[in-house]
Design a binder for this molecule. Structure first.
Ligand code: SAM
Length: 221
């Protein structure tokens, strides 16, 4: 068993086939080590790349321990709002304890069936979550993100970019598992476009993230 599996739920969840994080504090420790000290910088950068502005309503899908959610709350300020959703009750409880910002809240929920009205957010973000969904659910979750964004709203999807060198890839397989080491993050652009979005940018954030910026067209109903 690798470290990634140790942090996950052993039992299937009744509402999703996604792989859930069950051990919030263990995940935080793993994240700190895995990013080699670059996690704060990387996540502040993601918040900037999302294009969120003061006053925006933001949804984060697969918020985990709320690390990005809190940075999104700083970006939108007290006049905005951020909602983080995740099917794992353990990480939601942890995130609520860790979050003093009153305009930042958390609910249990799944990305493939969002409990939100059409067009109710200005920005949707999701980080390191798509690879936790089985392939068949990834397009479903992206279509849901499209549905809940207002026309003109922005999407930021960031996910794990597997290492390019074989020795580091072996290290990732041993520590986090085969799925992460062989993840096809390059397929995200096509999935995002197929969900109806205009892809507007892409790039990498050190050490492990690849991101895609997209928007829902102003003209869509
Ligand atoms: C690797 S963690 C990423 C957490 C956080 N976004 C971050 O960047 O630290 C992946 C998260 O996806 C969540 N997840 C699994 N299945 C999901 C689903 N169907 N919908 C939304 N989130 C899901 C897991 O519980 C876990 O918290």
């Amino acid at each position: 068993m690798n470290l990634g599996q140790l942090l996950q739920h052993g039992q299937p969840h009744p509402d999703t086939e996604g792989r859930l994080i069950a051990h919030a504090r263990g995940y935080e420790l793993f994240g700190a080590v895995f990013f080699g000290g670059l996690r704060p910088h990387a996540y502040v950068r993601l918040a900037r790349l999302s294009g969120a502005r003061p006053g925006d309503r933001v949804l984060e899908v697969g918020c985990g321990t709320g690390y990005l959610t809190r940075r999104m709350a700083n970006a939108v300020g007290p006049g905005g709002s951020v909602l983080g959703i995740d099917p794992s009750a353990e990480v939601i409880a942890y995130s609520r304890r860790k979050t003093p910002e009153p305009h930042c809240s958390y609910e249990t929920g799944v990305g493939e069936a969002l409990d939100a009205s059409d067009g109710s957010f200005d920005v949707v973000v999701t980080a390191l979550t798509m690879h936790h969904l089985p392939e068949v659910l990834r397009p479903v979750a992206l279509r849901e993100m499209y549905r809940v964004l207002r026309p003109g709203g922005r999407l930021l999807v960031a996910d794990f970019r597997p290492p390019r060198t074989r020795p580091v890839r072996h290290l990732i397989t041993a520590s986090a598992g085969h799925v992460m080491a062989n993840y096809r993050v390059d397929l995200l652009d096509g999935l995002i476009a197929d969900a109806g979005f205009e892809v507007r940018g892409r790039g990498e954030v050190r050490p492990w993230l690849r991101y895609v910026q997209a928007a829902r067209s102003e003209r869509t109903s």
